[in-house]
Design a protein around this ligand. Structure first.
Ligand code: FEO
Length: 394
């Protein structure tokens, strides 16, 4: 495999994982993923930025022989997670004089997760520089986008920056450079939702910083290289922004259609008021679709049947997912139907408490909704309308 030239003495040495269907054993992948690694051939030293997912270590190491790289001086670890650091031990075996360069938090992770000896690690501080001869690497420690150990590496003379997982996408490609498309945008948005959305305020900070740096290219650790940085930075400005869209999310699970009927009724009423909604089947739906919708939705109304004496497990799963992804929705409620009794909404309301959302009075129905229940749904529609109007969405 030939390394692909990106700019000057910077080369792409990553690999595509076309067959990968799930990341973090959680979010389905539409297009597999890539594990990006970059080689910088300085006039005096050679550096590698991030390595490889362990499954591909053998092929990755071989690619250094195929590209006549006989010496690596520095292995830069922008982040300790093993989809990027997993091949460092094998790299140190192959290039025994190489030194791992990273920040203190990541160094600790590498020691704990990969048993890399302390004497093989050089710890750098924020903004510290490392010379490769004619090329200078500058390290920007960026905790929170997405692990506490995350950092960026800025290649000064080329004015390009390796941003690790930040601004990435689970997306495979032949050409190393991004071609804007609906598919790429969907993958990048899903990736943002799963990995970055809980830290949206930090995404805003680093998006602004990168815009101000006016870099020529962004080299993430998954997905294509952005040689038009504004494409991905503008998307992040939108996705990580504080305000959602005029959109209500309606995740539902319904055993005998009673809850489904109420969700359909609510969707129609919202539509009449000029509020689009997104219905999501929590049993048969693709979790990636829900994650994407969570980036935009301003209100979430979850519908669930009672199973035994509590919510359907799929409802718990969705509420838990929302509680950890920390979407920008500011309003939530529940609707549901039961047969003989129990507590349908109590635990789910508790789970949402850390998000500090306004909770509209939930609607609980025995069996099928009746005239008074439809009146409650009309009232819920009005309340959602007023809340969207109050924050300028309508
Ligand atoms: Fe957090 Fe792609 O690793």
């Amino acid at each position: 495999m030939s390394f692909k030239k990106i700019k000057n003495n910077v080369f792409y040495a990553g690999m595509n994982d076309e067959g990968r269907l799930l990341f973090d054993e959680l979010i389905p992948l539409d297009h597999g993923t890539s594990y990006n690694s970059y080689v910088i051939k300085g006039s005096q030293k050679t550096a590698v930025i991030d390595t490889m997912y362990p499954k591909f270590t053998k092929e990755y190491l071989k690619s250094f022989d195929e590209n006549s790289i006989t010496k690596v001086d520095y292995i830069i670890a922008n982040h300790g997670e093993q989809d990027h650091s997993g091949s460092i031990p094998a790299m140190l075996d192959k290039f025994p004089d190489a030194v791992v360069v990273t920040n203190a938090v990541c160094a600790n992770n590498l020691k704990e997760m990969l048993l890399i000896p302390e004497e093989k690690i050089k710890i750098i501080s924020n903004n510290e520089e490392l010379s490769l001869g004619d090329t200078t690497l500058q390290f920007i420690i960026a905790p929170g986008v997405h692990w506490p150990d995350t950092m960026f590496t800025y290649i000064k003379e080329s004015n390009i920056i390796c941003t690790c997982d930040f601004l990435g996408a689970h997306y495979i490609f032949d050409d190393v450079f991004a071609s804007p498309s609906k598919e790429l945008e969907r993958s990048a948005k899903k990736y943002f939702a799963e990995i970055m959305m809980p830290f949206s305020f930090l995404c805003r900070k680093y998006t602004k910083q990168l815009k101000e740096m006016k870099v020529d290219m962004i080299l993430p650790s998954h997905g294509p290289v952005h040689n038009n940085p504004d494409y991905i930075l503008n998307l992040y400005e939108d996705w990580a922004g504080e305000k959602g869209k005029n959109l209500v999310l309606l995740p539902f699970v319904s055993m005998y259609n009673s809850t489904h009927e109420m969700i359909d009724y609510l969707a129609n009423k919202l539509e009449e008021k000029g509020i689009p909604s997104y219905k999501y089947d929590m049993v048969d739906g693709n979790l990636g679709d829900l994650a994407i919708a969570l980036v935009d939705g301003s209100t979430i109304v979850l519908g669930t049947s009672m199973v035994l004496a509590g919510p359907h497990p799929a409802a718990f799963n969705t509420v838990y997912l929302a509680s950890i992804l920390r979407p920008k929705a500011k309003t939530a409620s529940f609707i549901g139907s039961y047969g003989w009794g129990g507590n349908l909404f109590g635990k789910m309301t508790e789970m949402l408490a850390p998000l500090k959302m306004d909770i509209i009075e939930p609607i609980l129905v025995k069996g099928r909704a009746k005239i008074e229940d439809y009146k409650k749904l009309d009232k819920m529609t009005d309340e959602i309308y007023e809340k969207h109007k109050a924050i300028g969405l309508i």
